[in-house]
Design a protein around this ligand. Structure first.
Ligand code: TIU
Length: 222
């Protein structure tokens, strides 16, 4: 057992029962010229999570931790795209439509895939999810359960949407979550702060918050 300094108190974990989960680091959200930027967002606020997440990814791989990647997106026939999600935002070019990097958030398209810097290694599971939460309509829970995973270290985007939703889903399923604040990003600086505060408030109501430096130092001791 090793302990990561964190808020609201130290996060104790064992690497063999802890997985690194990287949420939706997809070109459409993160890359200049993608869907996220086309919606008027400043993607640099998300891109700054890439370098620290890469360090955590390399360390987790070296330590033999389970690494899981998620991608938000839909089948090419859009049969798993609910009408409310399709219509939301009244976008001229929304999910399923042609976008700057292929059909927006459609599986198999260039923009839907994970950025080169964080490309999944052979053997690392990639969970394709139709919703914001990583557990909704996916086999993530079975995958973690079958490998004896009880705790998650969470990186990815966006902090208040898919990261927060996934952490809440994980918490209700019995997983402890540690969110690394420099490895998650939001298009809205105020949401970054609020979303992390919501996780660690009330004694860690949804989980713990630390950063890559503190996690890497603890992992090196484990
Ligand atoms: N992955 C994820 O967070 N999906 C989103 O749609 N996020 C937004 O912040 N829009």
């Amino acid at each position: 057992m090793t302990a990561v300094p964190a808020e609201p108190y130290e996060f104790e974990f064992e690497p063999r029962s802890c997985a690194l989960v990287i949420i939706d680091m997809q070109r459409d959200f993160v890359d200049p010229g993608g869907f996220g930027e086309a919606l008027g967002n400043d993607v640099s606020l998300l891109r700054r999570a890439i370098a620290p997440t890469k360090k955590v990814l390399d360390a987790a791989r070296a330590r033999g931790m389970l690494v899981v990647h998620t991608r938000e997106g839909h089948r090419p026939d859009l049969s798993d795209l609910p009408l409310n999600k399709k219509l939301r935002g009244r976008l001229e070019n929304g999910i399923g439509d042609p976008g700057p990097m292929g059909r927006i958030l459609v599986r198999g398209e260039y923009g839907h895939d994970i950025v080169d810097e964080l490309k999944p290694a052979p053997g690392e599971p990639v969970v394709d999810k139709p919703g914001k939460g990583a557990f909704y309509a996916t086999d993530l829970d079975a995958m973690l359960h079958n490998r004896g995973i009880r705790q998650l270290v969470v990186c990815g985007v966006t902090t208040e949407v898919c990261v927060n939703t996934s952490v809440r889903e994980a918490n209700d399923r019995g997983y402890d979550c540690l969110v690394l604040e420099d490895c998650v990003g939001s298009y809205f600086p105020e949401f970054q702060v609020a979303a992390l505060s919501m996780i660690k408030a009330q004694g860690g109501i949804f989980g713990w918050v630390s950063d890559s430096k503190r996690f890497l130092a603890a992992l090196a001791q484990a």
